[in-house]
Design a binder for this molecule. Structure first.
Ligand code: NAD
Ligand code: DAU
Length: 355
């Protein structure tokens, strides 16, 4: 397939987080000569150790800063002659949004608007430009046992996190409609893979199993999530950036639905083998706890538009992806210990008790 838009300089926001760092690690080797500027404020979720593979690459620049800082964003866009913004930066954890929604509105809504406005002005003097908003299937709300989210599904967010992402998506839509600003909007299902912060389901379970701590499963454990390897998500974003028609929305997902309890059981069993524990030992750590408030029951993405129009399909099977992910965590205990030792420690102790 013909690649249409080949940027020479991109601004990645939130590139020190889970998906942003995987995207940079994926994008840079395949696009030599393209400048990649990573703007990240380094919250608890941002870690430059995720990016050691690109450090020292002359095309890479890290800038510690806030996406809500308009003058900083304007300066970077101009001095780096940016041709595309790939916008990952966000507060991303649903549970944190329930206990403290304000920062979610600031970062996810105001931050997106700040980037949009600076980019819109900058794009007036840039022959070709794209703004890619990395969003989530959570903006569509919750499904019953049947059906899928398509790009036409009405937005019905249920948590402060998803409401803030939906607000950002609506601003992206408005900038395209009002100013003909060239936006793209992707909405992906749950990601898993390396550098996933251990507050999210899969890495939290791996971490707690390693430490023989309780494995908190919310409610009845029958909520369903649709899991995609982060490297497949990264490849999909690159494809949408290069081939997507401005103004379009693309769902991203791999038809891989799992009930939470089944995922937790699987992770337990794979780690029984790897840690030399007896079969079923880790499952004994499972503890059903109070449900998440407003807990969405089921997510399932219809990504057929992306396959049909842009030819993207996931490369990973879940069997291979989850095994590789578990092995990555076992081999990167230092990384895990480092990220859980900072401000996360206090949060963890509040949620799960003393460590
Ligand atoms: P993450 O929490 O791991 O990383 C977020 C990054 O944004 C961190 O590096 C953080 O330091 C940075 N950041 C936060 N506030 C900032 C600010 N004001 N200025 C600059 N940088 C800031 O998140 P993630 O899981 O990698 O998610 C990345 C994006 O993908 C988010 O927009 C999220 O909504 C979206 N998304 C995530 C998933 C998923 O399963 N994790 C699925 C679909 C979409
Ligand atoms: O669907 C995409 C979204 O996936 C992204 O937009 C979010 O940024 C990302 O965090 C993720 O949201 P979820 O809420 O689905 O992910 P989380 O890992 O927090 O939870 C997955 C499921 O597991 C959910 O049904 C809640 C449940 N859960 C989670 C945790 C942390 C538990 O049962 N126990 C837990 O300890």
């Amino acid at each position: 397939m013909q690649e249409k838009f080949i940027p020479t300089s991109i601004l990645v926001t939130g590139g020190a987080g889970f998906i942003g760092s995987n995207f940079i690690n994926h994008f840079m080797p395949g696009n030599p000569g393209c400048r990649v500027v990573n703007l990240d404020i380094l919250t608890y979720a941002g870690n430059l150790k995720n990016l050691t593979g690109v450090e020292g690459n002359p095309d890479y620049r890290f800038v510690k800063g806030d996406i809500c800082d308009g003058p900083l964003v304007e300066k970077l866009l101009a001095e780096e002659r940016i041709e595309a913004v790939v916008h990952f930066a966000a507060e991303s954890h649903v549970d944190r949004s329930i206990t403290g929604p304000e920062i979610f509105v600031r970062t996810n809504v105001l931050g997106t608007q700040t980037l949009l406005e600076a980019s819109r002005l900058h794009a007036q003097n840039t022959p070709e430009f794209r703004f890619l908003q990395v969003s989530t299937d959570e903006v569509y709300g919750s499904l019953g046992p049947e059906g899928y989210f398509t790009e036409e599904t009405p937005l019905a967010p249920n948590s402060p996190y998803s409401a803030s992402k939906a607000g950002a998506d609506l601003l992206v839509r408005a900038y395209h409609e009002t100013y003909q600003f060239p936006t793209l909007n992707t909405r992906c299902s749950n990601n898993y893979g390396p550098y996933h912060f251990p507050e999210k389901l899969i890495p939290l379970m791996i971490h707690n199993i390693m430490k023989r701590r309780p494995l908190p499963v919310y409610g009845d454990g029958l909520n369903v999530r649709d899991w995609l390897h982060v490297k497949d998500h990264s490849a999909a974003i690159e494809r949408v950036l290069k081939l997507g028609k401005p103004g379009e929305i693309f769902n991203i997902g791999g038809n891989n639905e799992w009930k939470n309890i089944d995922i937790v059981n699987l992770v337990c069993d794979l780690l029984d083998q790897r840690l030399g524990r007896s079969p079923g030992e880790n499952r004994g750590l499972i503890t059903f706890v109070k449900d998440r408030a407003g807990h969405d029951r089921r997510y399932a993405i219809d990504a057929s538009k992306l396959k049909r129009e842009l030819g993207w399909e996931p490369a990973y099977t879940f069997e291979v992806g989850i095994a590789e992910t578990i092995d990555w965590y076992l081999a990167h205990q230092e990384w895990v210990e480092e990220v859980v030792s900072g401000s996360y420690r206090e949060y963890y102790e509040r949620q799960y008790g003393e460590r």
